[in-house]
Design a protein. Structure first.
Length: 330
């Protein structure tokens, strides 16, 4: 049903257009002249960044440790982006999520526009405001993430993978596009800017698909199913099977194909990590290795993601850091 007779473009194409826009921005490496200087005393700004670092350390320990190798300027910028994403996510998933309205998301979006114009609303906004003035970060992925939150308010089913891909881009692929301008591409890299962005996008999609597979049971208890409806039907499964939490051979086969797809995105992402500037590779490798291990844990639980939450043990997380570090040097 295409009322305006417009050609239906696939989600991947829509997203790729954002990637191209981003990549062009980095090539231009905008001089900061057209961005107003934020009038925040330096000490307050330092405090704001420190606070962002604390939040990151509290909620994303392994990733936080990975950021410590980056240059101080880049590290702080990544913390500021992380905190904004976390606050955005909290609007829909946090303690007050049940009261959240589309209007509240609109207000959050106008706050975002303000901070991009150099008018931060609070301390944490000020850190991001400073970051986007210093790095060639585009507002589109931030707006798209808010769009993903809107989607969560009105939608609890996804008819096919194209549908789900767009959701994964909004809530997670966007993070890759926000981060690459800060992390920087290695000066010796032969890769095109677009391909590095595409890999960053793939990592976001892979992480989100992994989240979805890990949280099937949890989401079902909230009446949500983030799995492609057409693929469920092809596997001979229905929403009822998921709500009942039945681990059958049909379910195992379905899960195998979903895990295979997520791993495909991780493989795609690996190609780009090596192109990032050397100090920025470690946190990305750490995140990639840890997230892809969640898929191994789902397999180890015999695909029971209804009653068991697949997680990577503390010991395995600690082991992943030196492995990630070694890979970041390779």
């Amino acid at each position: 049903a295409n009322p305006a007779g417009e050609i239906a473009i696939s989600s991947e194409q829509k997203v790729y257009d954002v990637v191209l826009k981003q990549a062009a921005l980095v090539k231009k490496q905008l001089p900061s002249l057209d961005k107003p200087d934020i009038i925040v005393p330096g000490t307050l700004l330092n405090e704001a960044y420190e606070r962002c670092g604390e939040v990151c350390a509290e909620y994303a320990k392994t990733f936080y440790l990975g950021t410590l190798l980056m240059t101080p300027e880049r590290r702080r910028a990544i913390w500021a982006i992380y905190v904004w994403c976390r606050r955005t996510d909290e609007l829909v998933d946090g303690p007050n999520a049940s009261q959240i309205t589309p209007m509240a998301l609109d207000r959050w979006e106008s706050r975002l526009e303000d901070l991009f114009e150099g008018r931060p609303f609070d301390m944490l906004d000020a850190a991001l405001s400073d970051t986007v003035a210093k790095f060639p970060v585009d507002i589109q992925p931030f707006k798209d993430m808010i769009e993903g939150m809107r989607m969560d308010l009105r939608k609890s089913r996804y008819k096919n993978f194209d549908d789900l891909y767009l959701y994964c881009y909004y809530v997670a692929g966007t993070v890759g596009l926000m981060s690459v301008p800060v992390m920087g591409i290695a000066p010796e890299s032969q890769a095109t800017t677009e391909s590095v962005y595409n890999a960053a996008l793939a990592l976001g999609i892979a992480n989100q698909l992994t989240n979805i597979l890990r949280d099937v049971g949890e989401d079902a208890r909230r009446g949500r199913i983030y799995l492609p409806q057409d693929e469920l039907a092809q596997a001979g499964l229905s929403d009822e099977d998921i709500f009942a939490g039945r681990v059958t051979d049909k379910w195992r086969n379905f899960m195998k194909s979903q895990i295979k797809r997520a791993r495909m995105f991780f493989d795609e992402a690996e190609k780009g990590v090596t192109e990032l500037s050397s100090a920025s590779r470690w946190p990305v490798w750490a995140s990639l290795l840890l997230y892809s291990q969640i898929l191994d844990e789902i397999e180890a639980n015999d695909y029971d993601n209804f009653t068991k939450r697949a997680y990577v043990s503390k010991a395995k997380k600690i082991l992943a850091l030196p492995v990630a570090y070694a890979k970041s040097l390779a």
